[in-house]
Write a protein that binds this ligand. Structure first.
Ligand SMILES: *Cc1c(COP(=O)(O)O)cnc(C)c1O
Length: 712
């Protein structure tokens, strides 16, 4: 499947290289090249650089190559990319000079890199994508491994009854920023993984993020049986058995892919339990070389770390032991006599008999496990208490590395320009230094407010444009056009709620008392509006039910057209929302949110977080950088907790949020609000950046791994 790349005018022939390295997604000067090439097409393709190069006309390209302004932009972008790829200078190099030139392998079942690659479902993927982008910025020699799902995660359509419909679209390969991997002699790089008594062929794709490469496994290879070709078709698409097969391919096939490409990682980082079969393949490699099982396990342990993300017991992958055994039957080869030892690493009994648990496997076969917020750390220790006794004392440590977001990816361009002006053009270099952000006080209130109003207006324009498309292209009902946000007011206090639709996140908490909410939304001269977005997993029926209820609220005249539901939440929609809302609402039932990251994206943009004290907010809230929803009820009675939290939420809205937003001085500037915004940016930017997070992984887990036996 090698695609012809159309030829470009010689002068700008590097556009292909620019388009295929997603570094442009977080470097405005590179982004500008594509915007300038054809702005309407840029919008039409939802910023798909590769697709654009296929769709621009010859005429346009020839013109661009002759336009001095375009060529200057192009040269600067090419130079920036070239420098990024060849520079010897980096944080990693400075901090850890003289380490062997070997990589850290980062495994994840999903990566959210750009909307043109729908290989993510939500927060886990965003975290993995942000981690890899930051590793590139810091010069950490990281290589990612994941799945290329040709049908990705679904696109969401809402029908006229407010029901979610899932639409799967096959990726147009030649229009996506991925390249197939070939061997040195020009053949597709294919490896094989045994599943039970048959063998599945896996091909490889590569995505570039600056210096970092991510390899994506794909089973849609023509030699495979039709069912196997479909194995990697969709993210979280299949039943439990499909999931197991996918995870064997990811773990076992992923290690083989790295070996086929010549990688010898020093550290192996498993992002969530889906990836834990990596340890099986590495143990097998060592057994093949004549090691004993215990020694092999110990070596694998000392070079592998694990990040767990799920405080909900049901969220951990659990398989029938016999099923695991039968699918692994062909994988063992020479190591077959140790299969019981291996299977025991995954044993876990939650009271219903022993099962094979991927998190248990990961905890037992790695030297460090980390949780993703302080609170999640405490929950995790409790949850896996029965595992720790089987782990040697010195390894019973559970670390915490609180999640963070990739600032250059999530910061609004207008906000970045303000920082450049008042904090210095190199503000991105220092953005994880706490004191640096004291400088936020230098930004005049009026200017910060102007940016906030602009960001809100971009959001409303984006929402209305989508509503217009529904109306003109799909001829949907008028009610759907209203629900899509047509009646939103660009000047009104705008609350955002966007994330996966699932019960514990309580998307409907704010409707607990509909009359009281309607009074808040439709108040004379102090209107408030709420924008919802989010997909429910196809099998999450309660989640879908919440979504449908919200749709019916959106078309209920009692709420004045001030509630909108934006379809098909993805990275693109997320950018508009976290940047354009004034308030970011987050209402998870404690302690089910491991961390949450959308509130961090909002906070660094000065959108104020209004959240229960779960996940990162338990450590992020300072008392003056947003609001804490705390109903004070901790008993194990969800109904009582909901009632108390809803009451606390309404009180905050009525007494603090709305007044702070609408109390304006003679220049119509809300001084109190701006104070809160500045405090939000000052306190969250350094601490909840991916830079702080990835440096912690590097200092606590990656660099120490380089002192482990290099012959592994
Ligand atoms: C950030 C993000 C998420 C995660 O949101 P949470 O509120 O942390 O659950 C999910 N989906 C998309 C598209 C995102 O950008």
């Amino acid at each position: 499947m090698e695609f012809e790349r159309r030829s470009l005018p010689e002068r700008i022939s590097g556009l292909w290289q620019l388009a295929f390295n997603l570094r442009w997604t977080w470097h405005p000067e590179a982004r500008e090249v594509f915007r300038r090439l054809d702005y309407p097409l840029w919008r039409l393709t939802s910023h798909n650089s590769v697709r654009m190069l296929h769709l621009t006309t010859k005429q346009q390209l020839r013109q661009a190559a002759r336009d001095p302004a375009f060529v200057a932009l192009y040269d600067a972008a090419i130079e920036g990319l070239g420098r990024a790829l060849t520079s010897k200078e980096s944080w990693w190099g400075r901090t850890y000079p003289g380490l062997p030139n070997r990589p850290i392998a980062y495994f994840s079942a999903e990566f959210a890199l750009h909307q043109s690659l729908p290989i993510y479902a939500g927060g886990l993927g965003v975290l993995a994508g942000d981690h890899c982008k930051e590793a590139s910025d810091l010069g950490i020699p990281l290589v990612g491994v994941g799945f290329m799902y040709p049908q990705g995660y679904f696109h969401q359509k809402i029908n006229s009854n407010g029901q979610q419909e899932e639409v799967y679209e096959h990726l147009e390969w030649e229009h996506a920023p991925v390249e197939q991997v070939f061997t040195k002699d020009g053949k597709p790089c294919i490896l094989s993984v045994a599943l039970g008594d048959r063998t599945v062929q896996v091909s490889l794709w590569c995505v570039r993020l600056g210096r970092v490469k991510i390899y994506l496994l794909d089973t849609s290879v023509k030699e495979n049986a039709p069912a196997d070709r479909e194995l990697s078709a969709r993210l979280y698409g299949g039943d439990l058995e499909t999931r197991l097969k996918q995870e064997i391919i990811l773990g076992v096939g992923g290690v083989r892919a790295l070996r086929a490409l010549g990688y010898q990682p020093m550290v192996w980082h498993l992002n969530e339990g889906h990836t834990a079969f990596v340890t099986l393949e590495r143990i097998r490699e060592l057994l093949d070389r004549g090691e004993r099982f215990d020694a092999a396990l110990e070596k694998v342990r000392r070079s592998t770390i694990f990040t767990t993300h799920t405080p909900v017991a049901a969220g951990h992958d659990v398989f029938d032991i016999d099923l695991v055994e039968s699918y692994l039957a062909g994988t063992w080869e020479n190591a077959g006599s140790y299969r019981d030892e291996f299977l025991r690493l995954g044993y876990y009994d939650n009271g219903l008999g022993p099962m094979f648990n991927m998190t248990a496997l990961a905890i037992r076969s790695t030297s460090a496990t980390n949780a993703v917020s302080q609170l999640h750390g405490r929950v995790t220790l409790d949850m896996w208490a029965q595992l720790w006794p089987s782990v040697p004392e010195r390894e019973r440590l559970l670390q915490t590395v609180t999640n963070g977001v990739h600032v250059p990816t999530w910061i609004a361009p207008d906000m970045a320009r303000l920082f450049e002006r008042y904090l210095g053009v190199n503000w991105k270099d220092e953005h994880d230094a706490a004191n640096f952000w004291d400088g936020i006080a230098l930004i005049p209130d009026e200017e910060l407010w102007a940016v906030r109003e602009a960001l809100r207006s971009y959001l409303i324009a984006f929402i209305r444009e989508r509503a217009r498309q529904l109306w003109t292209q799909k001829q949907v009902t008028a009610a759907r056009v209203v629900a899509a946000g047509t009646l939103l007011d660009p000047a009104a206090l705008t609350i955002g709620f966007a994330r996966r639709f699932t019960d514990y996140k309580r998307p409907e908490l704010i409707f607990y008392n509909p009359e009281r909410l309607a009074r808040i939304l439709t108040a004379f001269r102090r209107p408030v509006q709420i924008v919802f977005a989010g997909k429910a997993h196809p099998l999450d029926h309660p989640g879908k039910h919440h979504l449908q209820n919200i749709f019916s609220r959106a078309i209920d005249p009692a709420f004045g057209g001030r509630i909108a539901f934006v379809e098909d939440y993805d990275l693109h929609v997320a950018h508009f929302l976290v940047q354009g809302c004034d308030v970011w609402l987050n209402t998870p039932r404690k302690p089910f949110e491991a961390s949450g990251t959308s509130g961090m994206k909002a906070s660094i943009n000065g959108a104020l977080h209004l959240s229960t004290g779960d996940g990162w907010w338990a450590e992020g809230h300072t008392g003056s950088n947003g609001w804490l929803i705390d109903g004070g009820v901790t008993v194990d009675d969800p109904a009582a907790v909901d009632a108390a939290d809803a009451e606390a939420l309404y009180k905050l809205l009525e007494e603090e949020v709305v007044p702070a937003f609408y109390d304006r001085d003679v220049n119509k500037v809300p001084r109190r609000w701006l104070q809160l915004m500045k405090e939000a940016i000052r306190t969250t930017m350094p601490r909840f950046s991916a830079r702080r997070m990835v440096k912690q992984y590097a200092d606590w887990m990656y660099a120490p791994g380089f002192s482990v036996d290099p012959t592994l």
